[in-house]
Design a protein around this ligand. Structure first.
Ligand code: COA
Length: 374
């Protein structure tokens, strides 16, 4: 056995998967064999959620049943709603959704059942209820009345309805739906690997998703979409963007929303999301962020040959849709629950406890000196 250390598991293939494939050499990402761009063009988010969870695109009847199940699970118990109301207003919404999923485990009648069927039912319940918890916190922290979900609305429409009390235009809802499709799944990234690691001890799906949310929060992973917005707010005006980004690079700062562990020549999700971001900017008649976006991107590519990742266009898109910046990564969560769940079920189906080795570098063979002699 080689004792070479692969820091950050760089380049290590740890398992097989048939959920998604990232192919950096041809700039492609497929979910269950379907190119993500093709899915964005032809599907609604619920179809893609079904595909990621089940392995196949649904036919009409399967989609109808899936939508029915998702909509009928859209409610939280009085206890969880009351807990959300009591949560500190300044709490980060990522911590709120992480806690909400953990609380759901306390109530779910199948928490302990790791059978494939129970796991699928639980996955759909977590998928349906997490956006409800997030929207409830959005309202409650502003002292506003929590809005009940509506069964006649799609997943995305209902989220807008519960956050803002209204559903925006079809184009805005479509841009949001596309962002969810793009965020649904991305192979063995750190949060998915976290979920699989937790699952490998035969723990349950609520625990694995709770851990995955904690992992996604970090700025080197999902937290980047929030950081992009903070950066754009610091830049303030398009006229300042060129100087700002050059100075950041002179200072050797890490520029959020750029770079990727796997993609080195551009993230396959960016062109689609960029198109929708520019369209939302046009609809809102607010091109400030689109201009900053272009300038920063151009300098990053010219000076560093580093390309944007999907968090770069989603950040300002969510801002233009009216979401508070700290809600961007939780929005990523409500979509990625599908990918995590698919991986958790795949891990259960062919499990092997994940337990790597480490090279010990601490002191060796020391004798304990009794307390009174230290
Ligand atoms: N801004 C500036 N420089 C960057 C950069 C960025 N966003 N991303 C990578 N680099 C530089 C590194 O400084 C390093 O330069 P060096 O060789 O001179 O030291 C080089 O590119 C390689 O980067 P490295 O950090 O080794 O790549 P990685 O594969 O470990 O990291 C990320 C990938 C995503 C962690 C990294 O690109 C990053 O921190 N990006 C910003 C956060 C982000 O947007 N995350 C969302 C990912 S979807």
């Amino acid at each position: 056995m080689s004792d070479e250390i692969k820091k950050g598991l760089l380049g290590v293939v740890v398992d097989e998967t048939n959920v998604s494939q990232v192919m950096p050499e041809i700039n492609s990402l497929t979910y269950r064999g379907y190119a993500v761009q093709d899915l964005c063009e032809k599907c609604i988010f619920e179809e893609v959620a079904y595909l990621v969870l089940n392995g196949e695109l649904p036919n009409k009847k399967q989609l109808k049943n899936f939508i029915k199940e998702e909509r009928s699970d859209r409610k939280l118990s009085k206890e969880i709603l009351s807990d959300i109301r009591k949560m500190p207003k300044k709490a980060h919404p990522m911590d709120v959704v992480r806690t909400a999923v953990s609380l759901m485990a306390l109530e779910d009648k199948e928490t302990k059942d790791n059978s494939p069927k129970a796991n699928m039912r639980k996955a759909i319940r977590i998928f349906s209820k997490t956006p409800i918890a997030l929207a409830a916190f959005l309202r409650s922290r502003k002292g506003k009345k929590i809005i009940s979900p509506k069964k006649k609305l799609s997943f995305s429409e209902n989220f807008f309805h519960m956050c803002f009390g209204k559903v925006p235009s079809k184009e805005i809802v479509r841009a949001f739906d596309v962002s969810l499709i793009l965020y649904a799944e991305h192979s063995f990234n750190v949060s998915t690997f976290t979920a699989r690691t937790i699952t490998s001890s035969l723990s349950d799906i609520h625990g694995a998703i709770t851990g995955a949310i904690a992992s996604l929060k970090g700025p080197l992973h999902g937290g980047a979409n929030e950081e992009v917005m903070h950066m754009m707010n610091k830049i303030k005006k398009p006229e300042k963007a060129f100087k700002w980004i050059n100075k950041a690079l002179d200072n050797k700062d890490v520029v959020m929303g750029f770079g990727h562990r796997v993609y080195k020549k551009g993230d396959s999700r960016v062109p689609t999301m960029e198109k929708f971001f520019k369209n939302v900017s046009k609809i809102n008649n607010d091109k400030k962020f689109a201009k900053i976006y272009d300038i920063v991107k151009e300098v990053m590519i010219k000076r560093k040959n580093i390309y944007p990742n999907v968090d770069y266009p989603t950040g300002p898109t969510y801002h233009l849709m009216g979401f508070d910046t700290d809600f961007f990564t939780p929005i990523f969560v409500i979509s990625r629950i599908t990918g995590w769940s698919a991986h958790i079920m795949e891990q259960h189906a062919a499990n092997k406890l994940i337990r790597p080795l480490s090279k010990y570098t601490g002191p060796r063979h020391r004798k304990v000196t009794p307390l009174n002699q230290r």
